[in-house]
Design a binder for this molecule. Structure first.
Ligand SMILES: [Fe+2]
Ligand SMILES: [Fe+2]
Length: 271
């Protein structure tokens, strides 16, 4: 299967990059399944129903969220009506929506997508992500119930992300990090056959501080004081993520390549 995972869509410029580029990528790269992290797509904080619909219409099969899952209040009800949107498995026991689901790709092939939040350096404590993901993977074994499994580990620390990669090695087709908005250069296939990348980076304007206009975050670093709100940077976004090819029989990864298209980042594509 040919999979594409795109990192955190950041505000209007991130949405514009996804809607402009994803339909063509789906066709050009013959993608079977596309996951997009949408936790910052609406004004940099959360995802509205309207913007979720636009990302789905552009060619996402599934949208994952993150710690900002419910910053846009209409997501509370929308997620109950739209199975293609997932919140983190371990967000809160009472949170609406689901954190893992099996989807159908072309040819009837089954794809598990699950997202978990990490615990290291996060703003509030979340339940253990390792036991949460363990349950989802045991219930949907690769090469059995599902032909591919994609795990989005949404957290700050690369150590926790690598821990999650190895914890899922051989049980997921791809473990990919989100949340930091900066892509890492460690795309690899782990020894058990799981494709791994510590962070997919954001789909956003990199002439920024992790997607926000530079001035206010810079001011807070320099003076220790807040003056304005954060606003998403509005320049051209880099579409940032990872492309993976898997073996349908085993669910294991055969190939992993970084994707960085448009905007300021050095460009990268599978071919
Ligand atoms: Fe994010
Ligand atoms: Fe986040």
């Amino acid at each position: 299967m040919k999979l594409l995972f795109l990192g955190d869509v950041m505000g209007r410029s991130g949405r514009a990059a996804v809607t402009a580029r994803l339909p063509k990528l789906r066709a050009d790269w013959a993608l079977d399944f596309v996951v997009v992290n949408g936790e910052n797509a609406t004004s940099g904080a959360g995802l509205s129903a309207e913007h979720a619909k636009a990302i789905l219409a552009a060619g996402a099969d599934c949208i994952t969220l993150g710690d900002h899952a419910f910053d846009q209040k209409d997501m509370m009800s929308y997620i109950e009506t739209e199975p293609r949107v997932l919140r983190p498995l371990n967000f809160a026991r009472t949170a609406p929506g689901k954190g893992a689901r099996v989807y159908t790709a072309p040819g009837g092939r089954k794809v598990l997508v699950a997202q978990v939040l990490g615990q290291v350096f996060m703003k509030r404590p979340f339940d253990d992500p390792f036991s949460a993901i363990d349950g989802a993977l045991r219930a949907h074994p690769l090469g059995g119930a599902v032909q591919a499994a994609i795990v989005d580990i949404h957290c700050e620390a690369t150590s926790e992300k690598m821990g999650m990669g190895h914890w899922c090695d051989g049980r997921a087709s791809l473990v990919v990090g989100t949340h930091t908005h900066v892509p890492t250069a460690d795309a690899m296939i782990l020894t058990g056959g799981t494709a791994y990348l510590s962070d997919a980076g954001m789909c956003g304007d990199y002439n920024s501080i992790i997607g926000m206009e530079k001035l206010e975050p810079m001011r807070r670093f320099v003076t220790g004081m807040a003056k304005d709100r954060f606003t998403p940077a509005a320049g051209e976004a880099t579409l940032s993520g990872v492309y993976v090819e898997t073996d349908d029989a085993t669910g294991r990864a055969l190939k992993i390549r970084m994707v960085r298209l448009g905007g300021r980042l050095e460009q990268a594509a599978p071919q």
